[in-house]
Design a protein around this ligand. Structure first.
Ligand SMILES: NC(=O)c1ccc[n+]([C@@H]2O[C@H](COP(=O)([O-])OP(=O)(O)OC[C@H]3O[C@@H](n4cnc5c(N)ncnc54)[C@H](O)[C@@H]3O)[C@@H](O)[C@H]2O)c1
Length: 325
């Protein structure tokens, strides 16, 4: 089989491509390089440069490589930007996805795995978020991911595709330094950036109803996430039509202060975090129930938060020489 990975030169996509190649799958990556780094890709991967919503290009790639499954990661993913530019987010993440699905159906591809996000849940007031927790996104980014899930499931049902929507929680770490996240949109690189400039990491609010007053999140190592994609891809292989909607997290909460402590230990920085006012839209607690993915696939996350921070720091130092205090 050959898998087409859209956005495969991105942070998560490159990990997925690498895990699939290592497991013996054939992989073609389609990436427009808007935020991707092609050097991340293993030699065994064929790279096609272009947009995942270019119908003519998609028709060609799906036919030329006899693609039998698609992993769709290409997307815009910045929450703040999505509030400023909702039309861009709906065009890229929803309209673009519709074009891709049309091409997939026309080419007779039967397996489709979609990158969704915990952002579909919004700010649920529950101890553990299950896949049955109501989806009430609070920003256009989360809305486009939820709409994307609807498109994927409806297309699967109507056209006999086997589909999966994976709702990633907070992704961190790197399987190798050169694969590290080069964006500064998630908490770990944001804290690294502050430390690199000699500034204390920031904690937004310490008066939440949590044990240490800071927000609690579920962090997942990107290498574990990539292995989850492989497990799901193989399941789609086996089962034919149907949909799997799965949380991908560790099922364990870590507070922002606990994370900041680990970051301080790993980086050797003694700058104490500063507490700033709460940010709008931050849920006190967002932790996945990982029961469904474990039950369905036997997959569980293996890597710890410390391993995430250590590997992310190695990657950060590669891209920011002189970052070490
Ligand atoms: N990083 C996270 O914490 C996180 C959490 C939840 C969900 N996600 C989702 O995972 C996916 C990958 O995220 P990432 O962190 O690797 O982001 P990323 O920006 O590193 O990767 C996205 C990749 O897609 C490419 N791309 C973007 N638009 C494209 C288009 N129209 N055509 C072709 N290629 C295009 C970019 O060049 C890049 O290589 C996204 O769908 C994102 O919404 C990420």
């Amino acid at each position: 089989m050959t898998w087409l990975i859209t956005g495969g030169a991105g942070y998560i996509g490159a990990h997925v491509a690498r895990a699939m190649v290592a497991a013996g799958e054939r992989v073609v990556v389609l990436d427009d390089r808007s935020s991707g780094v092609v050097d991340r890709l293993p030699d065994a991967v064929t790279l096609v440069e272009g947009s995942a919503s270019d119908r003519a290009l998609l028709d060609r790639v799906l036919a030329d490589h006899a693609v039998s499954g698609v992993v769709h990661l290409a997307a815009k993913k910045q929450v703040g930007e999505s509030v400023e530019k909702p039309l861009l987010y709906y065009r890229e993440n929803v309209a673009g996805l519709a074009v891709l699905l049309e091409a997939v159906v026309a080419a007779g591809v039967r397996r489709f795995l979609f990158s969704s996000s915990a952002a579909v849940y919004g700010v649920p007031d529950v101890d553990l978020i299950t896949e049955e927790t109501p989806c009430l996104p609070i920003n256009p980014y989360g809305e486009t991911k939820l709409t994307g899930e609807w498109l994927v499931r409806a297309t699967g049902k109507a056209h006999g595709l086997s589909t999966a929507c994976l709702r990633y929680f907070n992704v961190a770490g790197a399987a190798a330094p050169e694969l590290a996240d080069t964006g500064v949109f998630n908490i770990v690189p944001m804290m690294f950036e502050r430390l690199t400039h000699g500034e204390a990491p920031r904690i937004f609010g310490d008066d939440y109803p949590t044990p240490d007053g800071t927000c609690i999140r579920d962090y997942i190592h990107v290498a574990d996430l990539a292995e989850a994609h492989l497990a799901v891809a193989r399941r789609l292989d086996e089962t034919g039509a149907g949909d799997l909607t799965l949380n991908v997290g560790r099922g364990e909460g870590v507070s922002v202060r606990e994370l900041a402590d680990v970051i301080g230990e790993v980086t050797g920085s003694d700058l104490k975090p500063v507490v700033e006012p709460r940010r709008a839209g931050d849920a006190p607690k967002a932790v996945a129930s990982a029961a469904r993915i474990t039950g369905e696939l036997g997959w569980t996350a293996r890597r710890s938060v410390r391993e995430m921070v250590e590997s992310a720091w190695e990657g950060w130092c590669l891209h920011h020489p002189g970052a070490r205090p």
